[in-house]
Design a protein around this ligand. Structure first.
Ligand code: 13P
Ligand code: SF4
Length: 419
């Protein structure tokens, strides 16, 4: 089966049934000077004015063939040896993941950043919040490099620190103090958030979670507080809390543009989890109708979706779990099992290619990848590695110390909450 990259070229040529932007077939540097997330599932989201921009990728990398880039990346890697470690998130395209020394979900890659203290640089093939996290968890002298600075995350951009501080002030005023040893509310941020928001959690008795340890983290929070403020992904928060027995009526949604988030004081007083109204534009594409179609076409199909999917979709699936959960479930499946998977297409296609003994397909028949993960292309990887060989670190992600110190408190709590 072809890689996602090859299929996307077919979309650009007008493949039937595609609703994805034909611009997906263009190389990512075409979009570096155009504000926005670029073509793909997140392209309709609003990019904050302060989002990092990628400068112009030198011509020699734009014009190199994929074979030439391959030779240059391998040669730079060999020259750099143990000085560099390449980390790759499961959603990266195959053409990039093949160079990764460590491949994993966001929890595993955060932990990996703590485990290679001798490397001079960690090149993060993933998105901006992951590189920020790696910078905060890695050693002082280590550089973290994001090959394309435009690889952000539209969900992470749905909560900014000013909105979160404003929300917190309102909630603190409403809830006051408690005298039973439990805090009135504990902030929990999903890994998919800015370093400033992680620091906010560290300063306010809170914690970071990933999709693989969200339940353990919520248990941690409820051992210390009466309520949780969960941001930015409403779906991960709702799906996890619901599976723990919390009623959806006790989970009001917080709209940062309205007083009290658009809620009444009694509703917030009665809340167990206040959910920020963010979402992932990749995972919101999955629907109950797609699950029904998969079940009709493939009786006995095992449906697994990522917990960033809406609640109705998680409820209609057989299982939900992080990218690592999905990979492990597939590895352990008996021969000839059929899987319908609700997560980013690069991972689904790779799992399908790697397991010819199984039938694995994506619930969404239209190939539409995460637009920001897709901004990492071998051309940028070759550029950052060759600059390092020449003695220059480009695209370094550096979080200031006054943010890193409190954010590390929340991140270390997260690392202790093993999935
Ligand atoms: P995990 O890798 O933690 O499952 O997260 C998925 C994701 O959307 C990362 O952006
Ligand atoms: Fe962000 Fe969704 Fe892309 Fe993950 S898949 S990086 S949550 S936009």
């Amino acid at each position: 089966m072809s890689s996602v990259d090859t299929t996307i070229k077919l979309i650009g040529q007008g493949a039937p049934g595609s609703t994805c932007a034909p611009g997906l077939a263009d190389e990512p540097w075409t979009f570096d000077s155009i504000p926005g997330y670029g073509p793909g599932a997140s392209q309709g989201d609003v990019l904050p004015a302060s989002a990092p921009r990628q400068g112009v990728l030198p011509d020699e990398y734009q014009h190199a063939s994929i074979d030439e880039l391959d030779a240059r990346i391998l040669s730079a890697k060999e020259t750099l040896g143990d000085r560099v470690v390449i980390l790759g998130h499961f959603y990266q395209r195959d053409e990039v993941i093949k160079y990764a020394d460590i491949v994993g979900d966001s929890f595993q890659l955060a932990r990996a950043a703590t485990q290679r203290p001798d490397a001079e640089a960690l090149v993060f093939c993933g998105v901006h919040f992951m590189a920020e996290t790696a910078d905060m968890l890695s050693g002082d002298g280590q550089a973290v490099i994001l090959p394309n600075l435009a690889a952000g995350c539209s969900m992470a951009d749905m909560a900014n620190i000013d909105q979160v501080e404003d929300c917190w002030e309102q909630l603190e005023e409403l809830f006051g103090t408690s005298d039973d040893g439990l805090a009135p509310i504990i902030p929990v941020t999903y890994m998919n958030s800015s370093a400033a928001i992680k620091a906010f959690c560290g300063r306010n008795g809170g914690i970071v979670c990933t999709s693989s340890n969200a339940k353990t983290v919520l248990e941690w929070a409820f051992a210390r507080g009466r309520r949780v403020l969960f941001f930015p992904d409403q779906h991960l928060g709702r799906n996890t809390a619901k599976a723990m027995g919390i009623s959806v009526d006790e989970m009001p949604l917080w709209n940062p543009n309205k007083p009290l988030g658009g809620n009444t004081a009694p509703v917030l007083q009665a809340a167990k989890v206040v959910l920020w109204q963010g979402f992932c534009s990749v995972h919101k594409r999955f629907t109950v109708a797609q699950i029904e179609q998969a079940r009709a076409a493939h009786p006995g199909v095992r449906v697994i979706v990522h917990p960033e999917c809406p609640m109705e979709v998680v409820d209609a699936a057989d299982e939900s779990g992080s990218t690592d959960y999905i990979s492990k479930a597939i590895d352990a499946a008996p021969n000839r099992t059929t899987f319908a998977i609700g997560t980013e297409i690069n991972l689904v296609r790779r799992l399908s290619n790697d397991h010819p003994r199984l039938t694995i397909f994506c619930l969404d028949p239209v190939v539409c990848p995460c637009s920001t993960m897709y901004r990492i292309h071998p051309g940028y990887l070759a550029w950052v590695l060759e600059r390092m060989v020449a003695g220059e670190i480009v695209n370094q992600i550096s979080v200031p110390d006054d943010v890193t110190v409190p954010a590390r408190v929340a991140l270390e709590r997260m690392l202790a909450a093993t999935p």
